[in-house]
Design a protein around this ligand. Sequence first.
Ligand code: DAH
Length: 336
Amino acid sequence: MPDTIDQLREQIEAESIESAEEAEAFRIKYLGRNQGEIPDLFNQIGDLPPEERPEFGRRLNALKDRAQERIDEAKARLERQTQAGGPDIDLTLPGRRGFTGSTHPLTQTLDEILRILRGLGFSTHEGPEVETDWHNFTALNFPPDHPARDMQDTFFLKDAPEDEDPRVLRTHTSPGQIRIMEAHAPPIRVAVPGRVYRNEAISYKSFCLFHQVELLYVDENVTMAQLKQVLYSLARALFGEDVTLRFRPSYFPFTEPSAEVDVWWADEDADDGGQWMEILGCGMVHPNVFEAVNVDPEQYTGYAVGMGVERMAMLRHGIDDIRIFYENDARFLDQF
Ligand code: DAH
């Protein structure tokens, strides 16, 4: 007779309960007061030798609980299925992972730069990618036919009307300075992010398009010391508290004095111990630039900065070839 309980248990476990009707049939079959299998067995306890009765009763009670549990489970499951809109969905299965894209590493770095700059008081403005020659060069104190224009290999737009200023793909975000000052009187504190284009030989370190962020701060009594402070704050937030910067005197037509800034880059894998990497150009806004946009250089001073976003992203992630940002290779992009 003890085997009967084992057999009954197997039978109970094997039942499938897929509807409310089946649940009720299961209940009647195994637990029904009138001829249910388990109550039937309870009725037979009296036929057993007295010493076997307690153990048999205990096991039978456990089986009864298990049968009730199966009914409860099935009902809960059926209820969930109804809520989910149909019996095809088993919400207890592990989910299937959908493919989600991620933000491009350049966009991540750009967002991070702009986030830090917002904390330093810079709002964000964008300018056009197709610029007039005047905004891109002349107003920034590049004299006509001056060799300084050769610093940047320019893409000119074809078919510009003869009486109009030539149109160029902007070679830097600096014309953003001009556009802001045309539209707003000082004080000004803006960041201008954007794509820039240069007709350069493509290699691991230069591509025909890349991204810059321009900074412009114009007010009374703006100093180079403030410029340095802002650049240190930015570099610390981007590269870590112990970052080392080097300011090198340089030349740009639109700033005087001008500097280029390098960051000390210690690469554990390289045997040279580290090197200076240029990250940006900067300086005090040239009076001729102010005059081009009718800002009084006697009253106002300002600083300007132009930084390369690719360069920053390469340093942050240890990337050694700029072209990889533009190849859309999922094996690269998936890592970010
Ligand atoms: N526009 C320069 C370039 O693309 C970078 C630059 C240098 C921007 C100095 C500035 C600056 O605002 O002050 O090479």
